[in-house]
Design a protein around this ligand. Structure first.
Ligand code: TRP
Length: 329
């Protein structure tokens, strides 16, 4: 193995096509090269959903199924639940001594998320979640973290924190992780919004049945200036064309030309895309069905992975405490 990867998702909703192309597919490939740890970040989900913990509870299972269904192999990768690894909470406390409030306040992702959620007075937990994220990464000494652009500030914080820790305590206990930035452009929403989002009502979910995908594709916003098939289209502003570029690469330039020249109508174009999406989603649905029919297997996967994570985490905490002289007897 070339090293260790730590990656994961907040269980705040089902994962969708944006996650598939942005992280899950590469995750499934990387697991064969790197020792891969998949975090179900339920504590981080509480930072925004503490008033609705029942949503997190429901989504824990769904997010695990989403990962399993795209081919994350539990024999190869380690799935674990954040709240069940106390080492992460302990490390978060120790690390919090080394991070200034101003650094957290100026974190651009925290700022954007706070604005999106309409927070004007941040909770301590929300402001500090990047510190907890550093603990997620370092408890298992991960050296590679695949992320999207929005997570880069958290990676910078983690790297800085690791250097600071090793420097202050004159140790090399913590490994400085590398950021592996996703090279896939963000997938747009069905409504033309630049981002497909879990709660934006513009997503095709991995767990959507065929009929739902069809309804969603056919209700997607296309080129508003194209009223009849005779009108020449503007594929560059059409979300359906955008999906063709991702899920139907081979035909996308032909579709682009045909749309521009009014040789293909939106209905045909949507039908072709629907077929392509189904090709992608069919094997995912089949794997999902297997795990849905075997809930005990899913539970065992999470428990076994969490046990392994705890073993590693406890070793890291012991080393961290020793380095910090928090070891008295
Ligand atoms: N913040 C990440 C997200 O919103 C989830 C996450 C939690 C994470 N801990 C992590 C990602 C550690 C990478 C590494 O998607």
């Amino acid at each position: 193995m070339a090293g260790r990867i730590l990656t994961g998702d907040r269980p705040t909703g089902n994962l969708h096509l944006g996650h598939l192309v942005g992280s899950l597919l590469s995750r499934a490939q990387l697991q064969h090269k790197y020792d891969t740890f998949i975090l179900i970040a339920d504590v981080q989900a509480l930072t925004t959903h503490f008033e609705h913990p029942e949503k997190i509870e429901k989504n824990m299972y769904n997010v695990t199924l989403d990962n399993l269904s795209v081919g994350i192999d539990p024999e190869v990768s380690t799935f674990f639940i954040q709240s069940m690894v106390p080492a992460i909470a302990e490390l978060t406390i120790f690390y919090s001594m080394l991070v200034s409030v101003n650094t957290l306040r100026h974190n651009p992702t925290i700022k954007t998320e706070a604005a999106n959620y309409g927070y004007d007075d941040l909770t301590y937990g929300f402001l500090g979640y990047p510190v907890s994220q550093s603990a997620d990464i370092t408890f298992c000494n991960a050296n590679l973290v695949p992320v999207g652009e929005d997570q880069v500030p958290h990676m910078e914080l983690t790297r800085k924190l690791v250097r600071r820790f090793n420097d202050v305590y004159n140790t090399d206990v913590l490994a400085e992780p590398e950021t592996m930035l996703s090279d896939c452009p963000r997938l747009a929403g069905l409504d033309g919004n630049a981002k497909m989002g879990k709660s934006l009502n513009n997503a095709i979910f991995l767990c959507d049945p065929e009929e739902t995908v069809k309804t969603k594709v056919f209700s997607a916003i296309t080129d508003p200036q194209r009223i009849s098939t005779k009108d020449k289209g503007h594929p560059e502003i059409c979300s359906i064309y955008h999906y063709h570029q991702t899920f139907n690469k081979q035909e996308s330039s032909k579709i682009c030309e045909s749309c521009k020249n009014a040789q293909i109508g939106c209905v045909d174009c949507k039908n072709t895309l629907f077929e392509k999406l189904n090709e992608t989603l069919k094997p995912i649905r089949e794997k999902r069905r297997y795990y849905e029919e075997h809930p005990d297997t899913v539970k065992e996967i999470l428990l076994a992975g969490t046990k392994k994570a705890n073993k590693i985490g406890n070793e890291t905490v012991a080393k961290v405490k020793e380095a910090m002289h928090v070891k008295y007897f």
